[in-house]
Design a protein around this ligand. Structure first.
Ligand code: OAD
Length: 235
């Protein structure tokens, strides 16, 4: 099977009701100062606010469901060896049935041990049906923190992502502004000549990639169009 890599950003989850990071009508930051809750060192400087911010996001978006675009990507596994590399911290690709998902910026519904980044846990649900952790939460005798990659922190899955890109026969990019590095640089690793499709409502000009096929539309419309190309027998 051909290797298909799908690189996604927050635009793919917009139709599921999760705002993008830099949207005009309200953004995921909810008016919070990014430096306070999403920058390396925020756990030391703003511990309580940082935990509270991710508790708020988790509980606000816990009932969001995958949309057509997430499901279409999962359906490509019939015909391709698909890996999703996502900048998103939601788990909508997994909910849609994608079996290989690499999260570059962490996972909202998970936490990890402060003293061992390899110990990752699902955030337990409490009696009110909420998913909260606090600065003093202990799981398996470990104090835990949100499993989020803050700005300025290393991206532990970057090496894996680059290796996957280097083997991509086809690459699809959905709903990202190509602003945040190193994720934004990943398409440069797709072997020269292999097709890259970019679906976005407001695609960024990518002058270094004159052959990129741009679909200026919503994630779900774009994926519908792409399925016609990638799975023509189902059309
Ligand atoms: P952005 O908010 O920067 O960009 C979202 C992109 O989605 C934009 O290009 C929009 O045009 C597009 N978009 C919006 N609605 C769409 C729709 N319905 N269908 C298709 N496209 C749509 O979000 P990201 O590029 O994901 O990092 O941001 C990258 C990183 O910056 C995030 O992972 C996060 C953030 O700060 C960390 O948290 C470390």
């Amino acid at each position: 099977m051909k290797k298909l890599i799908v690189l996604t950003g927050s635009g793919i989850s917009a139709e599921s009701g999760i705002p993008t990071f830099r949207g005009t009508e309200g953004s995921l930051w909810e008016g919070t100062d990014v430096r306070e809750v999403a920058t390396a060192g925020c756990l030391e400087k703003n511990r309580d606010n940082t935990y509270a911010f991710y508790n708020m996001l988790r509980n606000k978006y816990k009932n969001c469901f995958p949309n057509y675009a997430h499901r279409a990507i999962a359906s490509l596994e019939k015909d391709y060896d698909v890996t999703v590399i996502t900048q998103n911290v939601d788990n909508l690709h997994e909910q849609a049935g994608s079996s290989k998902v690499l999260h570059l910026h962490g996972e909202l519904m998970k936490c990890r041990a402060v003293d061992d980044p390899n110990l990752i846990y699902d955030i337990p649900v409490d009696e009110k049906g909420e998913y909260n952790i606090y600065p003093d939460t202990i799981i398996d005798e470990h104090n835990v923190r949100p499993h989020i990659v803050f700005f300025g922190e290393d991206v532990p899955n970057l090496g894996k992502a680059i290796s996957l890109m280097l083997e991509a026969d086809i690459c699809i990019v959905v709903g990202t502004s190509f602003i945040v590095y190193p994720a934004a640089g990943l398409i440069s690793y797709v072997p020269m000549g292999n097709p890259i499709y970019y679906i976005d409502l407001d695609p960024k000009p990518l002058y270094d990639y004159p052959d990129i096929k741009v679909l200026e539309m919503t994630a779900s419309k774009g994926m519908k169009e792409l399925l016609k190309v990638l799975q023509p027998e189902n059309d």
